[in-house]
Design a protein around this ligand. Sequence first.
Ligand code: SF4
Ligand code: SF4
Length: 336
Amino acid sequence: MEKRILGKTNLEVSTIGFGGIPIQRVDNEMAVKLIEESYNRGINFIDTARGYNDSESLIGQALERIGRDKFILATKSMKRDYKGILEELSISLKNLRTDYIDLFQFHNIRSFEELDFILSENGAFKALKEAKEKGVIKEIGITSHSPEILDKAIDIGGFSTIQCPYNPVERQAEEVFKKAKEMNIGVIVMKPLAGGAITNGELSLRFIVDNPNISVVIPGMDTLEQVSSNALVGINKRKLTVEEEEILREESKSLGSQFCRRCGYCLPCPQGIDIPVQFLMEGYYTRYDLKDWAKSRYDAMEKRAVHCVECGLCETKCPYNLPIRKMLKNVVEKLG
Ligand code: SF4
Ligand code: SF4
């Protein structure tokens, strides 16, 4: 497995890391197997979050059995204030069954105001700096869907890593990744398959690791097959052929720029609509030629796009600023 240095942290991370969102879907035994298989395949970086339900706990019990020292462990918190983030840090330590976390990140900073607040007197940065001085965390990182916010965070200083979505259809962070590399800041790539919108995972991962400014990419995995096939990308590094580049170009063209990444930040909808699933079904219907199947799945849902009352709440929460109401109308046009 190819390893790269995670910026100024000097930690040597595998180019393929373990993204901790989907592990919530498996039981304790399977979680252990997934982490064990990751280790056997050369993966040494795990990224999770306080917000991923029981992901931290599942990873924690697996690490207790496999060995905490086998992995570089990253987690993150949505808390922005001094007291709140310390409470979350202590929960993370307990869940992960460890007395230190290699990288503690600010989860999904969405605005310059939030960035300013975490750096203020009562903000969470001060708390993490103190935790770092005590050795409870080793490094402080920041995650965001906005390259502009990460660019500002780099200028401010104090962050050892940035984390942002990046894949063949979302390349807007390339400049900030370049800057991060020049400033010796580690670059962690989330959403390597654009939230599942990209169908060819292998090609997408190969595209990502081919970028020398990337330190580690963290595909989510909940099967042993996914662990072994994703790890292979870092083990047998191969450049994309002209034909493979063309496949990715075609996929990007069919997705356009306004598509749902299935992050779920827009939920819950007060009307009970599972918003990302509406777009998923519409994608199956229009792009993958699974019209009957998509229609029957859509019809079986109790709350569908057609039940949207256009309150607009979801749009205030979507990190991609998608015109969700307009997009749902399109779903209704296609699927009824
Ligand atoms: S605009 Fe529609 S989908 Fe969005 S929160 Fe309101 S009712 Fe739900
Ligand atoms: S609509 Fe936006 S917030 Fe909701 S899942 Fe899709 S990308 Fe995420």
